[in-house]
Design a protein around this ligand. Structure first.
Ligand code: EPZ
Length: 430
């Protein structure tokens, strides 16, 4: 298994290109199931999760061609995927695949809408919380699906097709909103989703569905009004920039000090996540084609924050923020309200010298003057990258084990940081 070695203490200076968003690329790829025509996606990040979903979609019959990179074209521009689901050859998504990546459960809505049936494995356990799928099933039932659970599989049927309806989610869920939005695009008549998730990735998928011929009102709001169509067409769509990658590098710069321009990203994708950075003493300036983050001299101040659905503070940046405030002047309080078990980084940050106390869903982080390098273990995607931030700050060497978690969601992480002066290298298992 690969490891990452970091020798901390360097300021970060330069530019970092931001990749396409993993959490938009995945549902956009799944949207290809809705049409027999070609869906072309640009700016797709080269990530383990994207490659795994490509395998899952191929199983359903999606033909995927990836444009080769011409000489001279920046390696930092994402890939272009051409996805064509002319014939769906298999409506089953097996346990071996869905259990490895939860987002693949989102094939349920589109397969059901297009084929009138789908058999998709329940995702099973997850490191960050229980993560049920009841809201997905509630939404699809409201569009007329008959749903049974059989031997660990969701067996969904809608022999006469799905019927538009009003779906009111009792709780905000990104995945349930994607599933129902994708299904509603091929349902008969109008679907109104209330209390929809407002994450920018939902908006990106909705914009793509509009290009495919669907009419959608309320994009970006918590009420989505979708006019279903009998058939959708192909389209060309560029995946929006990754706001979590943006926030991660912004926090890394704030943690180490320095001056970095994050290229190809936008402040409005982050909202609260960048406000927090200003509040702790870093400076964030929108510049042409990106965002400039600087921190000089004075250190980091403490924060008090809780995770919330967008536009609130994202759970996907909670671990990174915690790494940042481990060396703040003062005591920070971070409450995790989205997932019940998303604190696995706490023990690992403690190995580097952080002073963190956990009480239920709340972490209290007393700033320490410095962290010291140590061997640590990556546990999930965002927890692993918080260890990278802490390693960049810590004195001496930090060795991060199990970095395959990082490869699920961060493209060329070591290369991007090295270009800005970090001392970080991957040690391949051989
Ligand atoms: C998405 O997961 C993201 N995944 C997660 O990013 C992200 O942390 C999460 O949204 C919250 O922003 C992708 O986009 C691929 P939810 P999702 O449904 O859709 C509960 C990463 O690191 N819930 O919004 O699974 C659930 O348990 C990943 O990139 C139900 O109760 O999250 C949680 O408490 C990790 N019933 C809350 O809702 C349901 O049917 C929000 O989950 C569905 C969810």
């Amino acid at each position: 298994m690969d490891r990452i070695k970091i020798v901390g203490g360097n300021r970060l200076e330069g530019t970092i290109p931001i990749s396409g968003a993993k959490n938009a690329a995945l549902p956009l790829m799944i949207a290809s199931l809705l049409t027999a025509d070609r869906l072309t996606l640009k700016n797709v990040p080269n990530l383990a999760d994207v490659n795994l979903l490509a395998r899952i979609l191929r199983n359903h019959g999606v033909d995927l061609a990836v444009d080769g990179k011409r000489p001279g074209v920046s390696q930092h521009l994402g890939e272009t995927f051409h996805l064509t689901a002319r014939d769906i050859v298999d409506t089953t998504a097996p346990y071996e695949m869905v259990s490895r990546m939860r987002a693949s459960f989102w094939v349920l809505g589109p397969l059901l809408a297009r084929m009138g049936e789908a058999r998709v494995s329940l995702p099973g356990g997850c490191a960050i919380g229980t993560r049920p799928v009841d809201l997905h099933l509630q939404g699809l039932k409201e569009l007329g699906a008959q749903i049974d659970i059989d031997a660990g599989y969701v067996v969904a049927k809608a022999p006469k097709g799905l019927q538009g309806n009003r779906v009111v989610f009792p709780k905000v869920s990104v995945g349930a909103t994607h599933n129902v939005l994708l299904a509603a695009a091929l349902a008969k008549g109008e679907t109104v989703i209330e209390n929809a998730a407002r994450e920018p990735e939902i908006g990106d998928v909705a914009e793509c569905l509009v290009k495919m011929g669907c009419r959608i009102e309320g994009i970006g709001s918590s009420t989505l009004r979708i006019q279903g169509r009998d058939r959708l067409e192909g389209a060309v769509h560029a995946v929006l920039p990754d706001r979590i990658e943006t926030g991660t590098f912004a926090y890394a710069v704030a943690a180490t000090g320095g001056d970095v321009t994050l290229e190809g990203t936008r402040v409005e994708l982050l909202e609260t996540a960048l406000d927090v950075l200003e509040a702790v003493g870093a400076s964030v300036t929108p510049v042409e084609g990106g965002i400039r983050v600087t921190r000089n001299g004075a250190g980091i101040g403490p924060v008090s924050i809780e995770t919330q659905p967008f536009p609130g503070f994202p759970t996907d940046l909670q671990a990174q923020l915690m790494a940042l405030v481990t060396t703040a002047h003062g005591t920070s309080v971070i409450r995790e309200t989205i997932f019940e078990n998303r604190f696995m980084h706490v023990q690992e940050l403690a190995r580097l010298g952080a002073d963190i106390k956990l009480h239920g869903d709340t972490a209290t982080i007393k700033g320490v003057p410095r962290l010291r390098g140590a061997p640590v273990m990556a546990t999930d995607l965002r927890a692993s990258v918080s260890l990278v931030i802490a390693g960049l700050v810590a004195e001496g060497e930090t060795m991060i084990n199990r970095v395959y978690h990082l490869d699920r969601g961060f493209e060329r992480l070591e290369e991007k940081l090295t270009r800005c002066g970090a001392n970080i290298e991957r040690i391949s298992a051989g």
